[in-house]
Every structure is written in structure tokens, then in C-alpha cells.
Design a protein around this ligand. Sequence first.
Ligand code: TNX
Length: 535
Amino acid sequence: FTRYPLTLWVFIIIPFFLFAGNDIDVIIPKPQKLIKSSGTFQLNRETRYLSNTVFANNAISYLQDHLKRNSGYTLQKARRGSKNTIRFRYDSQKIKKAEAYRLRIDKEQVSIEARDKAGFFYAVISMMQLINPAIWRNANGKKIRQWQIPSCTIKDYPRYRWRGMMLDVSRNFFSKTYVKKFIDRMAQQKLNRFHWHLTDDEGWRIEIKKYPLLTKVGAKRGPGTKLPFSTFPAMRGPKNRIQSGHYTQNDIREIVTYARARSIEILPEIDMPGHSKAAIAAYPKLLQDPKDKSRYLSVQRVSNNTINPGMESTYIFLDNVIAEVSRLFPFGYIHLGGDEVPKGAWSRSPAVKKLMKKKKLKSTREVQNYFFTQMDSILAKHGKKMIAWQEVLSEKPELRQDDIFMAWKSPKSGYRAIKKKRNVIMAPVQYLYFDQQYIRNRKEPGHTWSTPVSTQKAYSFKPGSSRYLKGIQACLWSETLLNEKIADYLAWPRSFALSEVAWTEQKRRNWKDFRKRVKNRGLKRLQIQNIHYRP
Ligand code: TNX
């Protein structure tokens, strides 16, 4: 006490501890508007909730689950208005934007207003981020009977509608349990689109009743099926094996329900016509021209992995697959891949030559256009719109205006598509490929083919704005994700940055301020859930 003068104590040191104790500026992604007031709300066994809308049901259950687990009691419904309540109120007058909410906390009550399910859910997420991070514990621990919520008013809405993450479960398989964890962690960050990369050369991971061999053959891997990348030392060991496994249709329905309870829509991806070795292994006769003499390698060095666009059987097969996928996933879009069709694919296929003659197609490019035009109308028949990688955007594609393209090569390539009045989701490798190393180092897991993506680099992404820019997403390809720990490590803490770039207005974003919130709260939340993040 005597080392520092009294003035320093009165004006700096004591106030610091006063405010540090119940700091409210802890939420990630940062809300658009947050005003602190005095006092705290005590959430305890006597607290009740009131609601005038079914839109709040998911939010209430989510809160109840966490309280049950970590306090041992159920948040009950109040009979009438009284003190110590959390009020959920539908209000489309006051709340104008989709997914927006207003959250007001004072000593007597918490009041939440929104106009849709997502808005109520995000209000609860913000409220939970304001209290002791132990609320996020998912295993049983010490029961906490009383939670302090600092008083404040928050008015909040997302900057972009599409706030996504992609997980590749083909190159390495992830269990249903892990996929659910992955989804729940997204929800904690107000991310709302889970892009599920379900098929690729290395494995077909979704049960299709009409074609059982897709999983019987296409989801099983024997010994010796190593992935070709070996920059990370662990990848040279015996654990570098592609995993077998797939999701049954019941698994899928369960995961869809789980995600929807957290305001997350699932975008399934069936990658075609390239990246299809697993499907071809299961049904070679339906998907490749037996007279095709072309031999080629993909950029990942997989041979002859491309579905033939000149055969009738291809379209019948894909139509049947899309029919089942459409029924499983309620979301309005299906992702059809379209990336990295290898040079030379089907170049010596009589079936493709015949098609080119019949339809007057002059190049491989035009054959690919034709393929996606056909696929787009198959999707339309099943009531879905198309999302695809940017390669599908050609000179004059006859694709529907509602379709969306994912720009992964660079932000610039995304802006070019926007100029052509095409809907775009930005997922540039330089900022949002979370399968890349954080820093260039032999001991770091992750890919090395692009530049490293530190958390700060991801945070520095400025996507811009346009009515054609639907939002952003990060991608976790799994060639180097040998296990769940490596997946966690590559995803966190970078996903905090993703969520804030996707949610918070540019002028509200600041790296130092963000880093402080991550350090003080974000990382604690990860620790409590045993998430193996990169320190
Ligand atoms: C490129 S990006 C791919 C993936 C790989 C990824 C590895 C894109 C549409 N295709 O097939 O897994 O690089 O980073």
C-alpha cells in the first residue's frame, strides 16, 4: 500500500478492481450496442420465466438445460408477473431486423424482446456469456446455486445473414457426438450455418437407402489408405489412416433437430463431378463411361475421381441421391461442390463426345456448364436451390439467380462474382481456411499449401458490403485433422474471430479489445468445456 501514492489508489487501482469484477464488456461477438447500468440480477432457484411466444421455446430450453446441469434445478414458468423473472416478449414493432434482440437486465428482472427464434436464442446466449463461465460446463461438477448477471441494456443484430463453418467429414470421419459438440460451439458464437462436407474422394458418409453400396463400400477404408500430406510429424506415424464410418439417416435427423434447436441450419454438400472417388468405387458402372480411356490425377493426386457428365445413368443416380438428401435436410439449399474438376477428366470418353456433338458444346468448360444446368433443374424439382464452389460460375451460366457461390480462392474473386450480380459467400483461404497452420512451423498441425492464418489474420478480414454478399464462413478440411484434438486446436480460438467478423459492424471491431475479451472470458469458456484450443 505504501509503495504507491494515495491518489493512484483512489483514481486507478481501486476503480480498476471495482470494474474488473463485473465487467460487462465480455461478449463475443461484440454486440452492436451495450450500455452498462448499476446493480446485478440474481438468477437462482426462485427465478421464474414468462413468455408470450413459442418463438422463445428453444431459447428457454437451452437455458433450462444448462441450469439443470450446473445448478441442479429447473427454471420454472411463472404464474403471473412478479419480481425475479426472465420475460420473453415477441415484439415486431420494436425489433425490426431478423435475428435481432433486445436484452435488458436490472436488479428485478431480465427482459428479452425479439421477433424470431434466432433473436430469442441469441439473447439467451448473450445473457449466459455475461455470467460465470461455469454455466457452459457439460459434465457434472460442483453445483452453483446463484448466478450474478450484471445490469445492462443490449441492442443487437447480426451484420451478415450467413455466418458459417464447414466441417469435412470425408477425409477423416467424425462421430455423431463430435459433430453435435461442433454445432453447439458454433451456437455459442451465434454462428448459424453448418456446412457439412459429407462426400469426397476419401469417403461417402451419408446413408442413401436406394444405393446401399455408397456406405457399404464408399465409407470403409482398409489399411494403407494414408492421406498424401505429411508436413506435420504426427502424419507420418501409424495414426495417419483415413477412418471408416458414416451417418445413418436417423443420425442425420437427430443432428438436424439438434442444430435447429440452436438456430443453426445445416447445408449438406454432395461434392460432384470431381472429388467423387468414393461414389465411383461403389457404383463404377453408373458413374463412369466404361469406354473412357482418359487417365488423370486431381490436385490432391487422386486418380480418375470424376463422375461422367455424358451418361444418362449419372443423372438418374444423382436425382435419386438428391431426392433422399432433400427429404433429410429441411434447409432450402444443397451444396453441389463443383470444385477442382481435374484437367483431362472425361477427355477421352465416347459418351461425353456424343453429348458435345448433340448439344453443340465446344469445351470441357461448356460440358461442366451443361452438367450444372442439369443439376440445377434437378434441385429445383426437389424444391431446393443450389450452392456451389466458385468454379461453377462460368462465362454465361444458365443458373438460377437465387443460387449462391462460395468464393474460396481470394476475396477479389468473390468481388468479381458480386460485380456479375451473383450471390456470394466469402470463404477466402487467406483468412478463413482454418485447416491451415496458425503460424509457419514444422510442429504446428494443419495444411501448409497456403499462407498461415493466425487468429489476428482471421480477425483482420474486412468482407465489405453488398446486397449480393450473403456472408462469410470458415472451412475445416480434414486431411490434416487426424483426431478431435487437432480439430479443436485448428478451430479455436480462430472461430471467435470468425464470429465477430460475421456478426459485428466493422466500426465496432478492434483487435485489442477483441483479444482482451478472448483472454478474459472466451478462453475460460473453452477450458471449462475441455476444448483443446491453441493457447
Ligand atoms: C482445396 S477449397 C479443396 C479441398 C481441400 C482443401 C485443403 C476447395 C473447394 N477444395 O478439397 O481439402 O483445398 O485445404
